[in-house]
Design a protein around this ligand. Structure first.
Ligand code: ADP
Ligand code: AMP
Length: 213
């Protein structure tokens, strides 16, 4: 089974949910550039301050910044045997930069998650997160006590960019970039389409089948 996996899909498709499960199972790091950027924002670094405005408006953080962050993360020892990329690459430039700067970064498999827009919006607007990154959904994955994280008891909030207005912009950006990115991975012969509808267990079962083929 290839252990270098890229998850492509719209915001809210369930990339993070699936990536966490797969990363546990095949024992590779889950590398999510969105999570890394939010950590920078939470720490109040210069990069975080710059990124926050862009993230809150639904745009993309400049390629150079994100690629440098990803390359640094993938160069650490725990990523030697593989990784699961979630939210990166976001466009063909990032994919090519990664391949250029980090030899061996061509994925073994790219799972392209497809989901209809109504369900994307339902998943994303119902998402609630805790400050340590645990993710819930108000209907499909609710915490035991509403508004409180099961794992650490911290208060759950909605991400600033998970509002209906910002989601519309994020989806627009996504649709502008995704076709060339999918074509890029198709040309490399690593693209597989994953139906992301249904509950998380069903999506996971389909994903396992695809990565094991
Ligand atoms: P992404 O990383 O693609 O932005 P997440 O994994 O954070 O997406 O999932 C978005 C929201 O949808 C979260 O609230 C999550 O709990 C929920 N979710 C994830 N997968 C499913 C699924 N298969 N069915 C229903 N809800 C899901
Ligand atoms: P995500 O957590 O993947 O939904 O990402 C949240 C936000 O972080 C995005 O809307 C972008 O503003 C930014 N971001 C995350 N990953 C990238 C990336 N690979 N390239 C550019 N911006 C990114």
């Amino acid at each position: 089974m290839g252990k270098r996996i890229v998850l492509l899909g719209p915001p809210g498709a369930g990339k993070g949910t699936l990536a966490r499960q797969l990363a546990d199972e095949i024992d590779v790091p889950h590398v999510a550039t969105g999570d890394m950027l939010r950590a920078e924002v939470a720490e109040g670094t210069d990069l975080g301050l710059k990124a926050k405005q862009i993230m809150d408006s639904g745009g993309l953080v400049p390629d150079a910044i994100v690629v440098e962050m990803a390359v640094e993360r993938l160069s650490r020892p725990d990523a030697t045997d593989g990784w699961i990329l979630d939210g990166f690459p976001r466009d063909v430039e990032q994919a090519i930069d990664l391949e250029r700067q980090f030899s061996g970064a061509v994925p073994d498999i790219t799972l392209y998650m497809g989901l209809d827009t109504d369900e994307i919006v339902r998943r994303i607007t119902g998402r609630r997160v805790c400050p340590r990154g645990h993710v819930y959904h108000v209907d499909s994955n609710p915490p035991r006590t509403p508004g409180t994280c099961d794992e650490d008891g911290l208060e759950l909030t909605q991400r600033d960019d998970d509002t209906k207005e910002v989601v519309a912009k994020r989806l627009q950006v996504y649709w502008e970039e995704i076709d060339p990115l999918v074509a890029h991975y198709d040309e490399l012969g690593v693209l597989r389409r994953l139906d992301a509808s249904g509950d998380a267990e069903s999506v996971h079962a389909r994903a396992i089948q695809l990565v094991s083929d």
